[in-house]
Ligand binder design. Sequence first.
Ligand code: ZN
Length: 280
Amino acid sequence: MESLPLEIHPATQYNVIRHHVFAVFERLHDIDRALAVVSQYEMPKHLFRKWYAGLKAELIVYEEERDRLSLSPGLDAGVKADFSGIRNGAAVYIDVTTNLDYKSLNDYYDVIRRGNRRYEIALVDTNRESIEFIPLRFPLCPICGQFAHYVLMMDRPESGAYFFASESQDLVRCCVYCGTMVPVSNFDYLVDSPLYSLTTALEDEETLPQNFDQTTFLQSESVPVVTFFEKVSGLMLSGLTDEETIFDPRNDEEEIAAKLIWKHPLAEEFLDDYLEYELT
Ligand SMILES: [Zn+2]
């Protein structure tokens, strides 16, 4: 059993173990044997579980992408990433996680503000050994300098031939810190309204699956819309809204509200469920 002096800070201890694990992996090219290193060190059980899972995720990324992305596990102090590498000719930092709930966008504020390198989170499913790369291309607010968000806002379907679709969309840069909402561009694509699809799905009770979940349904309807507009605009979206008609019984009037039906997993903590904005 390797024993490090007790007064060593856990972060330092982690770096020692990580270095050891990667050294063994470089020699043997075997994830399990490299991970066996972790149990040679004394540590509390919860740290063992956490570090073991984290290093396993890192090794999966390293084994899978080392050559393609020229990954290097050694980094300068103060860099909040697990690897540096090269993607499409540009330098990139990659931070590995097994769960996006552990990550907050604010942790990356400094590196993104410096803006000299692309930054990506590698989300690893250690059971299926699959990796999803999530680029952190959030804009900074030109007014207050904090993180802002691009939100694609769709108008609601009108009656007529396209009663099921949005016919006009605004791409808006929203800053939750200073409240700025700036239209960046406007589109007039014909896009199926996820909220309309939801209404239709709910009306047909017989075909509705027992475990039907409205939020999941809206998210899966949203994904192709988000992908499409990210491609068209070249920007990364933090949210997608669809207009919801809310009946106010107090004055017998209908109100239109922009409901966030999809949020980028790292933008969730910043975006409310509704946005106040009148589409152009
Ligand atoms: Zn701002």
